[in-house]
Structure formats: C-alpha cells, structure tokens
Design a protein around this ligand. Structure first.
Ligand code: FAD
Length: 205
C-alpha cells in the first residue's frame, strides 16, 4: 500500500510531466507531500552542538570560551557601528544586495545576541576564478599577441571568467562553462569536418 508521501510524490511528478496540468492539480499534489516533509524536517546532526550562551557552545566545539565570547562581543559592536574592521563584510554593493534590507546599518550583518547558538564548521572552497586564460568566442585560448592558439580550448575554471573580476550571481560560472563547452565542441567538430573535406581524394584530384 503506497504511503501518503509516495502517492503525493507520484501525483506531483505526473502533474509536472503533463504540460496541461493546472496549478490547482499541482497544488493538491504538493499538499499531500506536506505531512511527510514535516516529519523529515528534524534538525540535522551537525546542528546539535548548541548553547544558550556562546560560552556554553565553545566547550562543545573545542574553542576557548572566553575567546569566543570576546569574538561575539566584537562582532556585535561592529555590526552596530556598521563597519567591519576585520573582514570588510558588507562594504560592497554585492554583499548588501544579498542581505536583508530590514537589517541596518548593514543589511548583510545581523547582531548575534539571541540564543540558542549553533556551531557549523566552515571550510574554504572556491566558486570560480578571477583571471586565467583569455579565450575567444569559440573558447580558443588566446596567445599574448591576441591570436588564438590552434587546438587549445579552455572553459570553466580553466578559463578567465567572462564576468571579469566580479561574480554577479549564481549561474554565472556554470552557465558560461556549459555554453562555451558547447561552442568549443562545435568549433572542434567544424574544424575536423573542414580538414576531412580538404583532405578528401575528390579535392586532391
Ligand atoms: C559551494 C559552491 C557553490 C557553487 N554554486 C554555484 C551556482 O549556484 N551556480 C554556478 O553557476 N556555479 C556555482 N559554483 C561554481 C561552479 O561549481 C564551478 O565554477 C564549476 O563547477 C567549475 O567547473 P569546472 O568543470 O571548470 O571545474 P571543476 O568542477 O572544479 O572540475 C574540475 C575537475 O577536474 C578534476 N581534476 C583536478 N585536477 C586533476 C588532475 N590533475 N587530473 C584529473 N582530474 C583533475 C577535479 O577533481 C574536478 O573533478 C559553486 C561552487 C561552489 C564551490
């Protein structure tokens, strides 16, 4: 016997596959998913280190309680004054654009005052590049003299970002990577077709 969730999922998928599905059909199907979604909306394990005060949290994550309390105090003071002397958070238009306009003076920065406090480990990663190999409209790598280097293509993080030194938002790395991957593949295909044609016996005679 299928569960409510299974029935809901099936109805939603069927509805999405049928272009004629009305909004009401999809809404009804989605509503059947809700009870199951609530059931799985428990806090994930990584959220468990928590404390009413920052100091209480510190012991659980292995950092100095007095140091963490001082960091939080400094963080809050800078949030109130609206200037991040440590990391310059919120200074760029980009930071503020992604913030909450109701939070002032810096939309990207709310004070950290009300518990419970949670700890999340954050590791460094990268999103894209600022700089790299310059390419042309076919994704061919350009020599320093501006001419394309035959047979050498670059896309994605191997190429200089078409956005220059900025990252306007989600999709501005994968989007161009896929587009230029497609353009590069077409160029390679057309080049090889041209070589085949040029070297065909009918052309040589
Ligand atoms: C947290 C996060 C969120 C992101 N969100 C978005 C987003 O919402 N929208 C968006 O457009 N972009 C997003 N990006 C950026 C996007 O994921 C990358 O720009 C994109 O994946 C780059 O693709 P790529 O193929 O050039 O490089 P990669 O995806 O890094 O692929 C390179 C591959 O080469 C392999 N490799 C490395 N060295 C060697 C070697 N010597 N031999 C063999 N293999 C090797 C690596 O293991 C890897 O699999 C995000 C990135 C991160 C980290």
């Amino acid at each position: 016997m299928p569960t409510t969730r299974r029935r809901g999922e099936r109805a939603l998928l069927d509805g999405l596959r049928r272009p004629s599905s009305g909004a009401n059909t999809l809404r009804r199907a989605a509503a059947r998913l809700r009870p199951a979604r609530l059931a799985i909306a428990k806090a994930p394990a990584w959220l468990f280190p928590q404390g009413r005060e920052p100091g209480g949290l510190a012991g659980q994550i292995g950092v100095d309680p007095a140091g963490l309390a001082r960091s939080v105090e400094r963080f809050n003071a800078m949030a109130v004054q609206g200037r991040d002397e440590d990391f310059h958070k919120g200074e760029s238009l980009f930071d503020r654009y992604y913030g909450d306009p109701n939070v002032q003076p810096i939309p990207a920065w709310h004070r950290c005052t009300k518990g419970p406090f949670y700890a999340v480990r954050i590791d460094a990663g990268d999103i894209g590049t600022k700089g790299g190999l310059l390419t042309d409209v076919h994704a061919r790598v350009l020599h320093v003299d501006g001419q394309p280097i035959a047979g050498l293509y670059a896309i994605g993080n191997s190429a200089a970002s078409m956005m220059g030194r900025t990252y306007p938002g989600a999709g501005s790395t994968i989007g161009p990577a896929m587009t230029f991957g497609y353009l590069a593949a077409n160029h390679i295909k057309n080049q090889s077709l041209m070589i085949q044609r040029l070297s065909s016996p009918s052309l040589l005679t």
